[in-house]
Design a protein around this ligand. Structure first.
Ligand SMILES: [Zn+2]
Length: 286
């Protein structure tokens, strides 16, 4: 694999926005290396058993280390404020399986096909009881300049990012441009038709490499969130219009596994609704 060019500062957290004045964009610029630094880099490159491996092998190692995960992004509330954190999903089957399962349920007309709703499935991932929360090994990127140059964007390119729709904007704003533009897969979950005046612009500007977009939409029997009655959903989804290069999937469901409930949308309604909006999110092919 070709060497990835990087221009962002080493990071210890995926989501650790610095104050605007302190943010540096080109820490890795090689134009001003001291002779001492150059000597260290040369020594590392020629003596480290890891760095002496062929680039293809190192890239595979970086892929195993930094990629292949679902990464949850969410706010953690602390006193006196809140901070954005990330942690690795610990659910054994992935969201793709869950999406297919719910989609299959929506295609049925008979008794409900049991499935677990998004927030229940991922409840354990944030760490509770004996389950320990785990993060991406971002500190490994700080061990050596060459490691950082080769792998700094892989955590963004090779993982699926999962967050509440309401968190997407702040998450994208917390990243350097090159980091956000490396992201290829995003899964969003929402229970209400959330929208802001800036999110669409932000998504267009930041998610330039997005291939796959998935929404898990928890429907309610409440008149205010029933898709057949509330046009705000179309405004909500318009924020991610034509952003996914390969696929977009909307997975609507009613908690409680069934179609019961006053004003809850039927499976037929949800199926048609999801199909029509999904199409609008994929980049048109010439
Ligand atoms: Zn999870």
């Amino acid at each position: 694999m070709a060497k990835l060019k990087t221009e962002q500062a080493p990071i210890t957290e995926l989501t650790n926005p610095q104050p605007k004045k302190a943010r540096r964009l080109k820490v890795l610029s090689t134009s001003k290396l001291s002779s001492n630094q150059q000597t260290i880099y040369n020594t590392n490159a020629t003596t480290s058993p890891l760095l002496k491996l062929p680039p293809e092998i190192r890239n595979r190692i970086w892929g195993f280390l930094f990629g292949g995960k679902i990464v949850h992004i969410q706010y953690e509330y602390t006193r006196p404020g809140r901070r954005m954190v990330h942690f690795i999903c610990q659910v054994p089957n992935d969201d793709e399986d869950a999406a297919e399962h719910i989609t299959h349920h929506n295609e049925l007309d008979g008794s409900p096909d049991r499935f677990e709703i998004y927030r229940s499935r991922h409840q354990q991932c944030s760490g509770s009881g004996t389950v320990k929360r785990t993060s991406l090994p971002m500190a490994a990127l700080q061990t050596c300049r060459q490691v950082h140059e080769e792998a700094a964007l892989l955590p963004f390119q090779r993982n699926e990012f999962s967050c509440a729709l309401i968190t997407l904007g702040p998450f994208l704003q917390s990243l350097f441009q090159s980091q956000a533009r490396a992201i290829e897969s995003v899964t969003l979950h929402c229970r209400h038709p959330y929208r802001t005046i800036t999110l669409k612009k932000l998504v267009k500007a930041k998610l330039k490499a997005l291939k796959a977009l998935t929404y898990f939409v928890e429907m309610s029997s409440d008149v205010h969130t029933n898709p057949t009655l509330h046009p705000a959903w179309s405004e909500c989804f318009a924020q991610t219009e034509a952003v996914a290069a390969t696929s977009a999937t909307i997975v609507p469901y009613v908690p409680g596994q069934g179609d019961a409930g006053f004003m809850a949308p039927s499976r037929t309604t949800m199926r048609e609704w999801a199909t029509s909006f999904s199409k609008t999110m994929v980049v048109a092919q010439d």
